[in-house]
Ligand binder design. Structure first.
Ligand SMILES: [Zn+2]
Length: 462
């Protein structure tokens, strides 16, 4: 989808062509693209002459003689092309202006989301949709932005995309601006300082100006003109770089979803205020998750291990009471929870197993959350069996997926006295595809501890 710099590039190209062109005829092929009734649109504009066009946000403003104005939004894939008057329309042409000098301007739109609408010089700024737009970064002051953000508790990434506040940042440049300002995209907008708001404005101006200079970014199908591409895609530091090393610090860039929009950031350069760096580890049983824990512990990480937390929980009186109320005295031995008895009871009874999980999992997450928020640690590793799809997945700045070949894993489990049949069951139930999709770091746990250490050193986590 074209963003502000791409639309500015289109406006500059149009201004090399349309001023002084007089409309001889207008042919409409897709009525829904024209928000004004077709006959009115044609009757008002035929005979008028184009003046230089301007831009507000991502709207192209066509100015014509007699105070007439046409606003146009390209949306997903709308494009303007020069053509010859009276020629047969090309595929996906929505509208053609034929000019008296034998040339034409074609509005072509594969996806058909783009629009044109007739307005006048008097009203186009004060009526919808332009009237509700905010100011572009060049017209906005830091104290204004700071005051507006004070009222928004949602994440800054979503606030930057809100065109009623700051106009002109789409998904690509919002990620770039946050990276340049070293602000974590999840940060609640109302917690930003005046200086951070000032930095957002400065970086928005700098990055958008640079993008305009480069002719925009050519990503997917956007081309400012037939056969012409922008160059800004080569200057991007965040957008589209998930899984690659940060240009500034070398840490692996992470992609998460915020408000339904893909968001890429550097967990090290853009730390989340008051929270440690959170690394998660996942992978099939026997692949080497505990080795990852051991190595990261050596490197100063606090390891939050779900199994150990459960073990501690079972010693608490309220938990003991609740579990014996749920499952009977059969799970107690000398007043303590008998883990083996509890497990063998729930394993043969799926309903009871769900009941146990529904009680224990929230307690585990609560403990982990308390530790993460305690400000005691700078770096935390969470080792949780159901990391992917669980509530902690989003919290992680990095997710390490560790795998090992099946023979290695089986051999390790036999060493731990796990029944091979049980192994195959666990092996089949692990959501490999989903887990691999959620992470950009895949380590091989088949080799020695030193080999794994080498792979982890490569991640630049410290
Ligand atoms: Zn970085």
């Amino acid at each position: 989808m074209p963003e502000l710099p791409e639309v500015e590039t289109v406006v500059r190209i149009l201004n090399g062509f349309i001023p002084n062109k007089t409309i001889k005829d207008i042919r409409i092929f897709h009525e829904k693209s024209v928000l004004t009734p077709a006959h009115l649109f044609k009757d008002s504009l035929i005979g008028e002459t184009f003046l230089p066009c301007t831009r507000i946000g991502k709207f192209i403003i066509f100015h014509l003689t007699h105070e007439k104005v046409v606003i146009s939004h390209l949306r997903m894939e709308g494009k303007y092309f020069e053509g010859q008057a009276g020629r047969k329309p090309e595929k996906h042409d929505a509208l053609i202006y034929d000019f008296t000098d034998g040339t034409s301007l074609r509005f072509n739109d594969v996806r058909k989301f783009g629009i044109v609408e007739l307005k006048s010089e008097n009203d186009y700024k004060t009526t919808l949709p332009i009237s509700k737009l905010g100011k572009e970064p060049w017209d906005l002051e830091a104290n204004e932005l700071h005051a507006k953000y004070k009222k928004i508790s949602g994440p800054i990434k979503s606030a930057l995309l809100d065109q009623t506040i700051i106009l002109g940042l789409g998904n690509i440049y919002a990620d770039e601006v946050l990276f340049a300002s070293k602000i974590n995209p999840k940060t609640p907008a109302n917690t930003l300082s005046f200086e951070e708001c000032a930095s957002l404005i400065d970086e928005s101006r700098r990055i958008l100006s640079e993008a305009i200079k480069q002719g925009g970014s050519t990503i997917r199908s956007y081309h400012p003109k037939e056969g012409m591409s922008g160059n800004m895609q080569n200057e991007l530091h965040a957008y589209g770089r998930a899984g690659e090393k940060c240009d500034r610090c070398g840490m692996i860039m992470r992609k998460i979803s915020i408000g339904g929009r893909g968001t890429t950031y550097c967990p090290h350069c853009q730390p989340y205020k008051n929270k440690p760096l959170i690394v998660g580890v996942t992978g099939p049983i026997g692949a080497g998750k505990s080795s990852v824990s051991t190595i990261l512990k050596e490197k100063g990480f606090k390891v939050l291990d779900a199994d150990k937390i459960v073990h501690e929980l079972y010693k608490e009186d309220t938990v003991k009471k609740e579990l014996s109320r749920m499952f009977g005295k059969r799970i107690l031995k000398d007043g303590e929870i008998d883990k083996k008895a509890l497990l063998s009871y729930v394993v043969s009874n799926p309903k009871e197993k769900t009941k146990l999980e529904q009680y224990v999992h929230p307690l585990v997450y609560k403990k982990i959350d308390e530790e993460i928020s305690s400000k005691k640690y700078k770096k935390v590793l969470v080792d949780v069996p159901l990391l992917i799809g669980g509530p902690l997945e989003k919290e992680c700045d990095l997710i390490i997926y560790i795998d090992a070949d099946k023979e290695t894993r089986l051999a390790r489990l036999i060493k731990r006295n796990v029944d091979p049949k049980k192994f195959l069951e666990l092996n089949d139930s692990f959501p490999t595809k989903k887990a691999k999709k959620a992470t950009s770091i895949i380590l091989d746990g088949s080799g020695t501890l030193d080999n794994l250490r080498g792979q982890i050193d490569h991640l630049a986590l410290f």
